[in-house]
Design a binder for this molecule. Structure first.
Ligand code: GLU
Length: 489
């Protein structure tokens, strides 16, 4: 994306956190971040919280935490500050009030006294007449008497922006030149009757005052662009200083409908809880609608920053594919160093109360992690996989009990108990050598049959990390006691 303005690139992410940030928000944030990093520009983070009924402190804190967790560090915004703060719109209300008053004084905006019933009636009339919906301009040119009448009736006005006749044309970096006929962009509300500003006013004022050069955001906001441009005009911003717009295509669910709670998990908090790694989420979302120029599927944050250009953003919608995200997550888990893997695994084990966190337990976990690193897709699988190492009252899960109750399985367990009692080299290789010689070679059993019985008897389940490694980790005494406990008579 070109930057013909003689200013350094400044790109902003400006969510209105009315809940946890979702996949679409984060893809936007990631592209904003990547664009800023690629161009050596500034990544600005602004919280659009003028609607304090829906945007709560809790959601704001969660949004900040999510961005930090993902590694999308910002240069200007909450916590870090910057020359254009404050970065929470709720702390900038006097600024919006100032501009609204100025627009009124200039005649760019006007007070509108229409009641909600009147607006509703006008909407109905437009519907039955088949005309374009939107404000009909009734209060555009009120006389002093009319205004006095409304006032004496106790009506509180909103402030509306006057849209002139004609059209707005701008070049969207992803979509090319776009024209909006004002016939379809009715006069819009800037300030509610209670004095609170609306999004369109606050976003445009802030983009100008914060010197934003590029607006990369979701295409759901495309239709508000002509309104924002109207606000720039009223502010007296020369056209050459308008930010560049790039509207990112929607993220669709598997069923090709827009991704929503209905057709997929959208909340980033959910992915975090499930044990997706932030670098896997960023890797996957980066490739959702953008291509690094080749068919690589594994990209690091550094590569995203190095390679990101808006020219390579696809203009058609991207389809969210959970299987692909899982595959990337598994790959990223396998890339972790043992210490890093341990650091990320511990919170999951503590949360499920598999361990309390003492040094001895952490050592056991550290020894066990390498044997499951190849096998898991998400970190939330770890507690169930490693629980068997810590249970004090060992019990075989109910559904596996029948599999070790029959005569054949009991024979295997008896024989294994005798053989293992004599093992001196309690390493996984030592254990395996003894069991293979006895159960497979001597008794001629199929490995799957022999080792399933042992797996159940020692780990309590048919699903566990590799058997011999698990036995090594449990230690000889525990293994022998558990097998003994599974013998029926
Ligand atoms: N605050 C708006 C939202 O979260 C987005 C603002 C923008 O990117 O222009 O929907």
């Amino acid at each position: 994306m070109s930057n013909s303005i003689d200013r350094p690139v400044k790109v902003r992410f400006a969510p209105s956190p009315t809940g946890d940030l979702h996949v679409g928000n984060i893809r936007t944030a990631l592209f904003d971040w990547a664009f800023a990093r690629h161009t050596g520009g500034v990544f600005l983070f602004r919280i659009e919280d003028t609607d304090r009924l829906r945007v709560t402190d809790e959601y704001i804190a969660a949004a900040i935490d999510t961005l930090k967790w993902l590694g999308l560090n910002w240069d200007e915004g909450p916590e870090v500050g910057g020359p254009n703060g404050p970065y929470l719109q709720s702390q900038r209300l006097d600024i919006y009030a100032h501009w609204a008053a100025k627009f009124l004084a200039q005649g760019d905006a006007y007070h509108c006294y229409c009641s909600s019933d009147e607006l509703e009636a006008s909407r109905e009339a437009q519907k039955s007449a088949g005309t374009a919906p939107g404000y009909d301009g009734k209060c555009r040119d009120l006389t002093a008497e009319q205004i006095a009448e409304f006032k004496s009736a106790g009506r509180e006005p909103v402030i509306r922006m006057r849209m002139p006749d004609g059209s707005t044309t701008f070049t969207d970096v992803i979509r090319g030149e776009l024209t909006f006929e004002h016939e379809f962009v009715p006069d819009f509300v800037l300030v509610r009757a209670d004095g609170s500003p609306l999004y369109t006013l606050a976003v445009a004022v802030d983009d100008v005052l914060m010197k934003v050069t590029h607006v990369l955001r979701g295409e759901d906001l495309l239709s508000s662009t002509p309104r924002q441009i109207r606000v720039y005009q009223a502010m007296g911003v020369p056209e050459s200083e308008y930010p560049f717009f790039a509207h990112l295509p929607f993220v669709m669910g598997q069923d090709n409908a827009k991704l929503s709670k209905r057709n997929g998990e959208t909340s980033i908090a959910w992915y975090r809880e499930m044990g997706f790694l932030p670098e896997a989420i960023c890797n996957y979302l980066a490739l959702l609608g953008w291509s690094p120029g080749d068919d690589r599927e594994n990209v690091t944050m550094q590569e995203i920053a190095e390679l990101f250009t808006v020219e390579r953003v696809n203009s058609s919608p991207a389809r969210f594919d959970m299987k692909k995200l899982e595959a990337i997550n598994g790959d990223k888990i396998r890339e972790l160093s043992l210490d890093d893997f341990l650091k990320r695994a511990l919170p999951f084990l503590l949360k499920e109360e598999v361990i309390k966190g003492d040094t001895k337990e952490v050592e056991i976990i550290k020894a066990a992690l390498p044997i499951i690193q190849e096998r898991i897709v998400t970190l939330s699988e770890i507690p169930a996989m490693l629980k068997f190492l810590f249970v004090t009252n060992f019990e075989v899960e109910a559904e596996s009990l029948p599999k070790i109750a029959d005569e054949g399985a009991q024979l295997i367990l008896k024989r294994a108990l005798a053989d293992l009692s004599n093992v001196n080299d309690w390493s996984h290789a030592g254990i395996e050598a003894v069991l293979r010689a006895s159960l497979i070679e001597e008794l001629g059993l199929k490995p799957r049959i022999a080792f399933t019985a042992l797996r159940i008897a020692t780990t309590g389940s048919t699903i566990s990390p590799p058997l011999f490694e698990s036995m090594e980790l449990l230690g000889k005494d525990v293994v022998l006691t558990r097998i003994q406990g599974c013998l029926l008579g």
